[in-house]
Design a protein around this ligand. Sequence first.
Ligand SMILES: [Zn+2]
Length: 366
Amino acid sequence: MQLYTFIDWFFTIASLLITILLGIYLNGAGCLIGLLLYLIYPVMIEFSYNLMSAKQEIIIKTMPEIPIVYHDDYNITACGIEKWHPFDSCKYGNVYRQIRQKINDKHLTPEMLSRGTFLFLGMSKWYLFKMCYSAYASTLIELPVFFLPGAFLRSCLLDSMLLATSGSIYAARLALEKGWAINLSGGYHHASLNNGGGFCIYPDITLVVNYLKKYRNLNKIVIIDLDAHQGNGYQRDFHHDSSVYIIDFYNPYIYPGDHEAEQAIDCSVHIDRDTTDEQYIKLLQKNLEKHLQNDMQFIIYNAGTDIMAGDPLGNCCISPAGIQRRDEVVFKWANFKKIPILMLLSGGYQKENTFAIGESILQLIT
Ligand SMILES: [Zn+2]
């Protein structure tokens, strides 16, 4: 257990005990002292322990044999509560094990980056403060968990997402070294620097772009977003930013329908349940050929698999073979243009998606 998690739980339990004891031995009004402590301690800790931390360098101490980034703590388990959600929150581990059956090479395990680093990369301090409270966080993850102590949500869910966000940044660093890398999570494309939604809390795509700009001096970055949903989070962050080129294939008839964010897209392609594998691949080939320029310095590929037939959220009908073909096409173009590419898994949380992701990654590696 990390020191921060220990302190978090210590204050949660202490403030609840104080509330109960003062209620019993003093009077009802005495409870207020404990409740006040319960309400204000998360912000005090967030400020003193996290937000005062320094920014750090992104250093890979030992270069892995294959450029895959994964940590067991990506998987979200919360005493069974996660089963209430329609998503398979352990897909990362399932994909990892599937790859592991055929490839035994060493991967990269990321560390949790400091809050100082996230702030340096542009995260909003106010947004991180708000995330201290379940009542706010529950609206972003679409689970009725507003009544749970914030410490529970942080240790079971938010820290996993923040670690996966750190993983995306480590994977970007790795892609610059190796030409390509895959983070077996991330792709939280509905999150922006100061807001979230659609199960996306931390804006890893925006943070990767800012990492490439601030730490590596890149200024021509392309985001290829092939998740079924529009990537409105980073689109809001990079509206009017000419250093980021956005290609987004999405179903316009589903969440989020963010028309203001759409204005940031440079190449917008609409797909729906009538788009076949063949049509999809043709559209992809055509648009990559037209929009990928030789002077582009980095590709962030958001490879959501919720375009697969049967996915209740994506409402499209691409087959598992179509997913493999899609990933192959994107990687081939990146390779042809000699642009480093970072792949993020993004949406697609059915059991069938997991197998298709594993097979597709294996095809890319072998
Ligand atoms: Zn999606």
